[in-house]
Design a protein. Structure first.
Lengths: 314, 305
């Protein structure tokens, strides 16, 4: 232990590292295992990222492989497949955002207009269902319904005298189906935050609007929507931050051999060239590129959201 | 004053308006009902298919109710060794995963919720950073390879068992629900931190423990990506979702029963439908009762994140 004089000239004890370990050893013990898990399973792979700057050979190992600087990146930036994967990632996430963002807001407002408690509860519970399904099941359901040769919807269309539509078996149809299925999967669960925001709107505002003769739509327009505006803005910014993020499961579960134009997103490309074709350095570099861009976007949009959030609060 | 206001309100709401209002109510109900139907009908259809006679399914006549009701497909599912095995693999994996995750999360969340703990912010950052940046698919895969965990059950239990996001939710909940004075008085009474955790914190935190347990369990039950990546050769330990994945993705992954001679009489569509229902039914039966915990956890996560 060291005695140190601070600015006011008062003697103060600056305690050493060991002092705290001794005092709180029990709490540190509780943290040991979680830290170990984080180091091995989260930071371990980060160490593995060095192979995107190496010519990785399994026999030579992580450390033994030759450094090649940015050669791997140069190579992937020249690859058409890489840019196609970037485009697809942005396209799928962007379209899903555009189509899917307003849905929870609309649903939350509609649910909020309901007067009967029972109907509201049941509807909410049913709308939450897709959130609890795995993507394997959603993919399977999609093919049961939208399959070209034997999907129920197509059977129905044919029964009515129409001709079958390749919902999932033609590139552009697939794109629309992908977006709609994603919107369907997220819309119900997304209402939770908006419903909470709506319930925080001051009820006096509604009373005042009623006194002023505002009808239902006027109240939604002038009370509810302004009341949840900051929530909407924050969530929009947050979701914009995730536009470079990629989910493997959503695309993989819905794709098939007939549709290849839009299904090769970055994680799908990484999986195919990395795990299936053992091009470890390249696929790691592609993944790293995505992670870095995604991180920058998330941090940037988070900062914007916080700035706007403060404005909204004052 | 109030009376005046009330009469004014009434003035503004003449009869036609209230009729319009009721009309709008019904339209809103109808719209929500139709949207909710899109969440239910897919299951009704697949359930109907799974209970139908194959002939009707081949003739594409089954929509929302079974035709030629029978349980043959389910009998096949339940007598198929590989499906039942996958089911038990999933149960074992979900249980071990959730238990591991809960132990790690509770320990870390409690320690990090103690505000006086030196280095608390650094350690919290160490965990939270991994939410925003990760090694990625291939480094994860190579690590599994290095640890010799590929094609073992541990590859789908250990790597994801500790979730920093769940830690964040539980830590936030601990900080708001456990009073510092309560913990401090227990410390003064000579209780060890382990004792406090066991005898005070855990009994007081049942709702958040339930929430996080369910986050882990449902997440594990539904995930298939890691299993798809890590379990390639050892088909004995395919969890249920992966089994369904291969069953749907490739018709070559035939159900054993279908392969043994009876194949020509079996329409895989009916079996597929039965497998989908078999995989999903546990979740559908349970989720209405657990959704409120999910809502709670999601709200805590949203406020923090």
């Amino acid at each position: 232990m060291k005695m140190v004089k601070n600015d006011a000239g008062v003697l103060k004890v600056r305690k050493g590292f060991l002092y705290y370990i001794k005092k709180d050893w029990q709490l540190y013990t509780l943290l040991l295992l979680p830290i170990l898990f984080a180091l091995v399973f989260k930071y371990g792979p980060m160490f593995g990222l060095i192979i995107s700057f190496k010519d990785y050979k399994i026999i030579k190992g992580f450390l033994g492989s030759k450094w090649v600087g940015f050669d791997v990146f140069k190579k992937i930036f020249e690859d058409k497949k890489f840019w196609e994967a970037c485009r697809n990632t942005l396209l799928l996430n962007g379209l899903t955002l555009v189509a899917g963002f307003p849905m929870p807001i609309i649903l939350a407002i509609l649910l909020n207009e309901l007067k009967g408690k029972y109907f509201k509860k049941v509807t909410q519970t049913v709308l939450y269902l897709p959130h609890f399904l795995s993507w394997v099941v959603i993919g399977a359901l999609a093919y049961q319904l939208f399959g070209y040769a034997d999907g129920a919807i197509n059977n129905f269309i044919e029964d009515l005298g129409g001709s079958r539509i390749p919902f999932l078996q033609e590139d552009y149809h697939w794109l629309v189906s992908y977006v709609l299925i994603n919107v369907w999967q997220t819309m119900g669960w997304g209402t939770i935050i908006y419903l909470a925001a709506i319930s925080n709107v001051n009820p006096e505002l509604y009373e005042a609007a009623t006194v002023d003769g505002a009808g239902r739509f006027a109240k939604i327009k002038y009370v509810t929507l302004p009341g949840i505006r900051s929530t909407i803005v924050t969530l929009l910014i947050m979701q914009l931050g995730r536009i470079m993020g990629g989910s493997f499961e959503t695309v993989d579960a819905l794709s098939n051999v007939a549709t290849t134009k839009f299904t090769r997103t970055i994680p799908v490309l990484v999986y195919r060239s990395g795990i299936l074709n053992a091009k470890y350095s390249e696929s790691t570099a592609i993944g790293l590129f995505q992670s870095v861009i995604a991180l920058i976007l998330v941090l940037g949009t988070d900062r914007i959201a916080k700035k706007l959030g403060e404005d909204g609060l004052i | 004053m109030e009376e005046v206001m009330q009469s004014k309100v009434k003035e503004n709401k003449p009869g036609s308006n209230s009729l319009k209002n009721r009309m709008t109510d019904w339209i809103i109900k109808l719209v929500l009902f139709l949207i909710a139907l899109t969440c239910v009908l897919p299951f009704v259809h697949v359930l109907a298919k799974s209970l139908s006679n194959e002939a009707y399914v081949i003739a594409q006549q089954v929509y929302l109710y079974p035709k030629g009701l029978n349980f043959e497909a389910y009998k096949k599912v339940f007598s198929d060794y590989s499906i039942i095995r996958s089911f038990f693999v999933t149960i074992f994996v979900t249980f071990s995963f959730t238990l591991t995750g809960m132990i790690l999360t509770v320990c870390a969340a409690y320690a990090l919720s103690r505000k006086h703990l030196k280095g608390r912010n650094v350690i919290t950052f160490l965990f939270m950073f991994t939410l925003y940046f990760a090694g990625g698919i291939i480094p994860d895969y190579l690590l599994m390879n290095k640890l010799g965990m590929l094609d073992t059950i541990w590859s789908i239990i250990l790597p994801l068992a500790f979730s920093p996001y769940n830690l964040l939710i539980m830590k936030t909940s601990f900080q708001s629900s456990l009073s510092d004075s309560l913990i401090e008085s227990a410390v003064i009474d000579g209780a060890s931190q382990f004792r406090i955790l066991r005898s005070i914190v855990l009994p007081l935190s049942k709702p958040i423990l339930a929430t996080i347990t369910l986050f882990y369990a449902v997440g594990r039950w539904n995930a298939y990506q890691d299993a798809l990546f890590y379990i390639k050769q050892n088909i004995n330990i395919r969890p249920l979702q992966l089994k369904l994945y291969y069953l749907i993705a490739t018709s070559t992954e035939a159900v054993n029963a279908a392969m043994e001679g009876t194949a020509q009489y079996t329409n895989p569509e009916v079996l597929k439908a039965a497998c989908i229902i078999f995989t999903t039914l546990p979740i559908i039966c349970v989720y209405p009762f657990i959704q409120k915990y999910f809502v709670k956890g999601t709200m805590i996560g949203a406020v923090k994140g």
